[in-house]
Design a protein around this ligand. Structure first.
Ligand code: CA
Length: 242
């Protein structure tokens, strides 16, 4: 049977968001579209970046899942191309740790990333979270499980429970990394690599003092919640459950 590409599933649910999946590996694309459809999210797929751009310009898409290793174009380059004309949410699919560092560390314009191999549950949770953060006319209505942070990437500001935070450069950098992947544990060394310009010139304990001050600022907004978790001997993560 020939795989459909770029066409909307004829079984699509009206009013549900439609996700464009740009992924050249059929098995992975199958897993993604199946997981999304199980959650009532429509999907269309293309195997190349070019077809993806064409499909996107046709309209009706709420979110893009973008593989970085595509046959015709680098996923990062495609993201920049999309960002010239659209602020549609983009979730990167990454295979290697050096790609993750680029996704998190650079101003590429992605909203989140998922590391292969991933579980269908993780994928749909991320898709729903991004759709909630970037509500549009076709965003998913459910609000359960969302994190109480809003990131304004253009002004480089973060709000917590609706209150804008006054953050130093490093506090902002650390919090952005944590928010991008709630529950993911980052070592001090990793946070420094992702946030500091010259991590080799700093002490890892510096991270602790910035985390301490971040926590104080978050507690001022909401004293009942512990947003940043400490994992003894491992590092820090953003709370997953809210
Ligand atoms: Ca690929």
């Amino acid at each position: 049977m020939k795989k459909r590409t770029g066409r909307i599933n004829p079984m699509e649910k009206r009013d549900a968001p439609t996700v464009l999946v740009i992924e050249d590996e059929p098995a992975i694309a199958d897993t993604i579209t199946y997981a999304l459809e199980t959650e009532g999210i429509n999907s269309v797929r293309t195997a190349t970046g070019r077809e993806g751009l064409d499909r996107l310009s046709g309209g009706g898409i709420s979110l893009v899942i973008l593989d970085i290793g595509l046959p015709d174009v680098d996923g990062f380059a495609l993201c920049r191309e999309i960002r010239r004309s659209s602020d549609i949410p983009i979730i990167f699919l990454t295979a290697r740790s050096e790609e993750i560092d680029r996704v998190v560390g650079l101003e590429i314009g992605g909203d989140d990333y998922i590391v292969k191999p991933f579980s269908p549950r993780e994928l749909t949770a991320r898709v729903k979270a991004v759709l909630r953060r970037r509500p549009g006319p076709s965003a998913a209505p459910s609000r359960s499980g969302s994190i109480p942070f809003q990131v304004d990437e253009e002004r480089l500001r973060i709000s917590y429970f609706g209150t804008p935070l006054e953050l130093s450069r490093y506090e902002l950098g650390i919090l952005r990394v944590l928010i991008a992947a709630p529950g993911r544990v980052y070592s001090r060394r990793k946070l420094m690599e992702l946030v500091w310009e010259e991590p080799e010139c700093s002490w890892e304990r510096t991270v602790d003092s910035h985390i301490k001050s971040l926590r104080r600022k978050l507690r001022e907004v909401n004293p009942d919640r512990e947003a940043i978790r400490t994992h003894r001997g491992l590092g820090y993560s953003l709370a997953e459950e809210w």
